[in-house]
Ligand binder design. Structure first.
Ligand code: BDR
Ligand code: CA
Length: 321
């Protein structure tokens, strides 16, 4: 029997975060050492509470949860409650978790875990702003070489597609802490990036949501409800702005990051370096750019086998009661 892949998930739930966490908990080959909360879609207190609610909801009560940074390194706090709801989970009834969470800070937990584990044993999956991860690398640079792989959901690189979902130029996780993101891209050794356009390729359309509902299982139904609510929120927003809202599926941004950890062969990309615009006075603040080059520390994906990915997501949700 092969050993499980050990992971820490850094997250800011968040609707698509919730589905990503369901997916990770359902995977028999992952060992989740902890989940760490960061300020992002919602303030960190709510993010941490939501992680505990999501784990309880999926009956995965043994996962340790830690609270991390409550604000970006330099910029002002940015949240996305208009998309995810004021509670971060679209007001859905996840119940009250019995578990109170850990006292230890998320950054200390990640450092301690990496330093005590054998080199390249623990992978990190970051599906929120990169404040916690940058703080880990700055506080204890020896952690960097110990990470097996760092998978980041963030940025947008498509030359002829949209460059942002928070501004015309910036994707949310990058815009919410561009300085942290730049530090991580400069310092990390083995990074895989799932940008916005990949999450958009794997959008959950109506037919897919029906397949999800047909599973008739608690976590699958909750996921479909969350995605339906997001589709409506985004359509209403677009309609107010433009007077029209063509039907599009809801992007599965964060689940793609977990999918890439589980089955990297479904994703293709290019190696190079990533820069993040950290000039707050520039309209392109938070924008990511990619340069193919000698420093091959970073694989930026641009394509996912979307049907295989979506089948995999359903198969995972079917594993959760
Ligand atoms: C990212 O931003 C958040 O709103 C989502 O949870 C995802 O991590 C997509 O831009
Ligand atoms: Ca997220």
């Amino acid at each position: 029997m092969s050993a499980k892949t050990k992971i820490i998930i850094d997250t800011d739930p968040g609707i698509d975060d919730a589905i990503a966490l369901f997916m990770a908990m359902a995977d028999p080959d992952l060992e989740i050492l902890g989940m760490t909360a960061v300020n992002g879609n919602v303030p960190v207190d709510k993010a941490e509470y939501n992680i505990r609610r999501i784990c309880d909801f999926a009956w995965h009560t043994g996962i340790r949860v830690y609270k991390g940074c409550d604000r970006p390194l330099k910029r002002s706090v940015l949240n996305a409650e208009w998309v995810h709801g004021s509670d971060g989970l679209a007001g859905q009834d996840f119940g009250e978790p019995a578990y109170k969470g850990e006292e230890e800070n998320a950054v200390d937990f990640i450092i301690k875990t990496l330093m005590k584990s054998p080199e390249r044993e623990v992978s990190l999956v970051a599906i929120g702003p990169l404040t916690n991860i940058a703080t880990v690398f700055l506080t204890e640079p020896k952690t960097i070489s110990r990470v097996r792989e760092l998978i980041i959901m963030g940025g947008a690189f498509c030359e002829d597609g949209p460059r942002g979902n928070s501004t015309p130029y910036a994707e949310f996780n990058m815009l919410a802490d561009p300085h942290a993101a730049q530090i991580v891209f400069d310092m990390a050794e083995r990074v895989t990036v799932i940008p916005m356009e990949v999450g958009m390729q794997a959008a959950a359309d109506k037919a897919f949501l029906e397949r999800m509902r047909d599973l008739n299982l608690r976590c699958a139904t909750m996921s479909a409800d969350l995605l339906d609510i997001t589709a409506k929120t985004l359509a209403d927003h677009l309609f107010k702005k433009t007077g029209t809202a063509p039907e599009k599926g809801t992007s599965l941004y964060d689940p793609c990051a977990i999918g890439c950890l589980i089955r990297p062969a479904l994703f293709s990309g290019r190696y190079g370096t990533v820069q993040v615009n950290t000039d707050a006075s520039d309209e392109k603040f938070g924008m990511t750019t990619f340069e193919e080059g000698n420093k091959r520390n970073c694989l930026v994906t641009h394509k996912v086998d979307k049907e295989a990915f979506k089948d995999m997501l359903l198969a995972h949700l079917a594993n959760l009661s």
